[in-house]
Write a protein that binds this ligand. Structure first.
Ligand SMILES: NC(=O)c1ccc[n+]([C@@H]2O[C@H](COP(=O)([O-])OP(=O)(O)OC[C@H]3O[C@@H](n4cnc5c(N)ncnc54)[C@H](O)[C@@H]3O)[C@@H](O)[C@H]2O)c1
Length: 466
């Protein structure tokens, strides 16, 4: 079966870039990305490619090439469903904020709504692809809804989780380590798997396209995120040990990363991982394990989250301790708010929690981030519900210039590893700050010894000898 029309429901950080790359690499396939969020669709269709709703290096060029040719963004969900032979579900699956499983389980409300809409709008058989990260065994629920619509149509459900990392999404999509496709081991299931394999095979070598059963595919995505987050929490645990033993976490990471059995990636100690996926996917895995009565498995993975919360809290506490145990009324400059560099995504960013901690101590925070708007920063703080939104606006200012952000500041906290931070005129910044000027490098990217020579008091993760 050859697919000529694809619909993707959800034009977010995954749906947008993934479909743009499929459209670029498969000009013979018409790809329509639909979303209920009109503003998001308008931004995807906007003239100014600098204002796409998702910032990713290189994405503007991919969109420029394919948009209007075979890549379309629309809010007409039913029309796109009707016309497509293959439908990707790429909607958000956040942690539940209410009811059973609150704070742990994935909220599958939006996925279920998609399944129901696909069932209602379809007039012919379709392949439905789970692109969202879903709890293992979700395909069963999706299939159940689709099969019980009474219109007699046949749906094949595939799991095709996305492994892209924000900040390198285009690179990751163009040259993935692997593409994973799970489906039924039946003639129809195998036909559906092959249809999707053929799409990816337009640019991905076949030996990197792995096919499995649906459940392995669903669970592999949760497992991948759990393993990656676990590495961050592992090295962060070691960073605290380094600080009291005069070992240096960068040296330890280099030494253990050179062991080919361990590998060098994801060994960078930091203020803690963020992003929309790691925490939610581990919590989800913990919830699933508990619901099967596997309490030791659940406890084991939950510890990764606890370590991450501890790392964020101890970064904030270190700032307070270093500023003579009070930050009340003191200006603290945040360099960076995004959860990592090269993205405008701030979901679960460590900066939000560090700020919240310092605001509880009545600090004045001034934020500069090259890609995040003031509106987003206030929305992130308001979402915590720790204080009124008036107070968040009173105690937090957001500026567009890093030098202005650091003026008359007691301390700088570097929260995101944006490259531009390294090349600032740090002497100029030092001279504009209140003394003693303190600098807390939450990402270990600055030249600490040079800063010390300028006069800064530098504190960094996993280092005691600066
Ligand atoms: N962000 C990442 O780095 C990443 C990486 C891999 C996998 N994932 C997974 O991919 C999924 C999507 O993540 P995201 O970051 O793109 O989320 P997102 O919030 O950026 O985008 C989801 C979009 O879906 C839209 N939507 C929700 N319900 C809809 C409906 N019924 N009809 C039409 N549109 C609807 C929303 O308006 C939103 O624009 C999640 O399951 C996530 O875990 C994310």
């Amino acid at each position: 079966m050859k697919v000529s029309k694809i619909c993707c429901i959800g034009a977010g950080y995954v749906g947008g870039p993934t479909m743009a790359v499929i459209a670029q690499k498969c000009p013979e396939i018409t790809v329509t990305v639909v979303d209920i969020n009109q503003a998001r669709i308008d931004a995807w269709n906007g003239e100014d490619l600098d204002k796409l709703p998702v910032y990713e290096p290189g994405l503007d060029r991919v969109v420029a090439e394919a948009r209007g040719r075979n890549l379309f963004f629309s809010t007409d969900v039913n029309k796109a469903i009707k016309e497509a032979e293959m439908i990707f579900i790429s909607v958000n699956t956040p942690t539940k904020t209410y009811g059973e499983g609150k704070g742990m389980a994935a909220d599958l409300k939006w996925v279920e709504l998609c399944a129901r809409q696909i069932a209602a709008a379809s007039e012919k058989n379709k392949i439905v692809v789970e692109k969202s990260t879903l709890p293992v065994r979700t395909a069963q629920a999706v299939k159940d809804i689709l099969d019980n619509t009474g219109n007699g149509l046949k749906f094949q459900i595939l799991s095709n989780p996305e492994f892209l990392a924000e900040g390198t999404a285009v690179e990751d999509l163009l040259d993935p380590d692997r593409v994973l496709i799970g489906g039924d081991d039946t003639p129809e299931g195998r036909e559906a798997i092959n249809a999707l394999v053929e799409i990816y095979a337009s640019w991905v070598p076949k030996d990197r396209i792995l096919t499995t059963n649906v459940w392995s595919s669903e669970l592999s995505k949760l497992t991948a995120n759990a393993f990656l987050a676990q590495r961050v929490s592992s090295i962060n645990a070691i960073s605290e040990l380094c600080e009291v033993t005069e070992a240096d976490v960068s040296e330890v990471a280099r030494a253990i990363g050179a062991d080919s059995r361990i590998g060098s990636k994801f060994l960078k100690a930091s203020v803690g991982f963020g992003g929309s996926c790691f925490q939610k996917d581990i919590l989800n895995m913990v919830y699933i394990s508990r619901s099967y009565g596997l309490h030791e498995v659940a406890d084991y993975w939950e510890q990764v989250i606890k370590m991450n919360d501890h790392q964020k809290a101890r970064f904030a506490k270190n700032i307070i301790r270093s500023l003579y145990n009070t930050v009340n009324g003191k200006k603290i400059t945040f360099l960076g708010w995004a959860f990592k560099k090269d993205t405008n995504d701030t979901r679960e960013s460590a900066a939000i929690y560090v700020a919240d901690h310092l605001l509880n101590e009545q600090a004045q925070i001034c934020v500069y981030d090259p890609k995040v708007s003031a509106e987003k920063i206030y929305a992130d703080l308001d979402y915590l519900n720790t204080r009124s939104s008036e107070d968040n606006r009173k105690y937090v200012t957001v500026v567009n210039d890093p030098y202005e952000a650091c003026l008359d500041s007691h301390a700088i906290a570097l929260l995101t590893e944006w490259d531009e931070f390294v090349s600032y005129d740090w002497s100029k910044i030092y001279n504009a700050m209140l003394q003693p000027a303190q600098l807390f490098d939450g990402r270990n990217i600055l030249p600490h010894q040079d800063l010390k020579k300028i006069g800064f008091r530098v504190s960094a993760i996993g280092k005691s000898n600066i």
